[in-house]
Design a protein around this ligand. Structure first.
Ligand code: ARG
Length: 467
């Protein structure tokens, strides 16, 4: 095998460079190049700290800053030549800087790629959590618009996928809003976990040089609500820790589960059997064989992507579980699943918003489904409870009424009163008034219930939260 020149940044003790196959195997620049803006921000803060503590001069700092700014502009313009021989984003940028600025040789003073990559990723997580929060907010706004446009629509709520009790469609959609709101707050929580500065931890044991970790932390905005710098508290933990990666992937996986459950409802609702909604053509596809088909592909992919998001989480858990402290090269494999989770979660939120925005509600079908009087069987039991009958006895009596209706083949509310009274003396002449849907909903007054007053309150609440 031909001898390669040894690697410029760490090649001092090597007489030969890596094999081509090893380069191909070990490079990460093909995926970690997206860390460039964060890597450059971290390097600028580090250089500023080095100047602040007298480890480099102000001129050297300024030259490094100007060089890094120029490199970032090149990267953003797509003109930067990434080189896999330089392994990763960190070494590509450092080498490019070294070619332009002699002082670049001092940039890596009191720093290792181990605390550097930890810093880049924490900066990236703060950014990524903010982006995903905004994408989810977009989906929530689309949901609120559907609810507002169909304020008076009632549908059956389901358990076991069997019609259970009537609810406003808005109440069902508000359940989705709650799920997404927890996702948003989870991402805010992950951003808070990420908000600690690793720089100064070095490879694993800090540095002998007189650095100022708090200065760097402040420069990168790793501060608490009062502006006090937050620096990580153990150099070994700092370079080995991948908790934030796992927490981020967890938040994505859980958001994916939520998207998937909403998608499943939409798939059911758009089927001919339900036909509560019509999904927009723009987010459906046809069949290459069956001309009549309109398939809910966006929703099915939302369901499918959730599996992928869970897979990414699992990859990270497994990656971390067997590693001895501290950094091991295995950890380079932490980035593809995290980036994929970010990309796919952002896409899912956007596709969900688009699907909802173009969706129409078939009010007639919803009205027909919710007209089934059996949905108010529980209300009939409550009617007996109101008249002093213990709930278990009331439940039993209404069960008998349901059975009788089934046997006679008539809707529950059309049974002769005499027959119903024979099943329990608690049923009065007004027993069938229970089957008035409006009245049934109006009685559900408590917080979190689907009654009209509560739904109105939730419209106000969500309007405020979602802006
Ligand atoms: N590309 C590496 C990663 O993503 C950077 C850290 C390398 N550190 C090392 N000691 N080889 O993990």
């Amino acid at each position: 095998m031909a001898k390669k020149s040894s690697q410029a940044t760490w090649g001092g003790r090597f007489s030969a460079g890596p094999a081509d196959l090893m380069l191909q195997f070990s490079e990460s620049v093909s995926f970690d190049h997206r860390l460039a803006p964060f890597d450059i921000a971290g390097s600028k803060a580090h250089a500023a700290m080095l100047a602040h503590t007298g480890l480099i001069t102000a001129q050297e700092r300024d030259a490094i800053h100007a060089g890094l700014d120029a490199i970032l502009r090149e990267i953003e313009a797509g003109k930067f030549a990434w080189d896999v021989k330089l392994e990763d984003v960190h070494m590509n940028i450092e080498q490019a800087l070294t070619k332009r600025v002699p002082a670049a040789a001092k940039l890596h003073t009191a720093r290792s790629r181990n605390d550097q990559v930890a810093t880049d990723m924490r900066l990236w997580f703060r950014h990524a959590c903010g982006m995903l929060g905004a994408e989810i907010l977009g989906a929530q706004r689309a949901l609120l618009a559907v609810a507002a446009a169909n304020r008076d629509v009632l549908i059956p709520g389901y358990t076991h996928l069997q019609r259970a009790q009537p609810v406003y469609l808005a109440h069902h959609l508000f359940a989705w809003l709650e799920m997404l709101e927890r996702d948003r707050s989870r991402f805010a929580g992950v951003a808070a976990q990420a908000n600690w500065c690793p720089l100064g931890s070095g490879a694993l044991a800090g540095t002998t040089l007189p650095i100022d970790r708090e200065y760097t932390a402040r420069a990168l905005g790793f501060v608490d609500a009062k502006g006090r710098p937050q620096v990580t508290q153990n150099s070994m933990d700092t370079v080995a820790d991948r908790d934030v990666f796992i927490e981020f992937a967890t938040a994505c996986a859980l958001a994916g589960v939520h998207f998937s459950r909403m998608a499943e409802d939409l798939i059911l609702w758009s089927s001919a059997e339900f036909k509560f909604v019509e999904l927009p053509d723009a987010f459906c596809t046809g069949s290459s064989l069956m001309p009549q088909k309109k398939n809910p592909d966006s929703c099915e992919l939302l369901r499918g992507k959730s599996a992928r998001l869970q897979g990414n989480l699992h990859t990270l858990l497994t990656l971390a579980k067997g590693l001895p402290l501290t950094y091991n090269r295995d950890l380079q494999e932490d980035k593809p699943p995290v980036f994929d989770s970010f990309d796919q979660t952002a896409l899912c939120a956007r596709v969900l918003a688009g699907t909802l925005a173009g969706m129409t509600v078939h009010r007639d079908r919803c009205a027909a489904a919710v007209a089934d009087p059996a949905l108010l069987a529980t209300d009939l039991a409550d009617y007996l409870v109101d008249r002093g009958v213990p709930f278990r006895e009331a439940h039993h009596a209404v069960g008998a009424v349901v059975a009788l209706a089934e046997k006679q083949g008539v809707p529950l509310n059309l049974l002769p009163t005499a027959d119903v009274r024979r099943l329990h003396p608690g049923f009065g002449p007004d027993w069938a008034e229970v089957f008035d849907l409006k009245r049934a909903l109006a009685r559900r007054r408590g917080t979190g219930m689907p009654g009209p007053a509560q739904v109105a309150k939730q419209f106000k609440r969500w309007g405020k939260i979602l802006g």
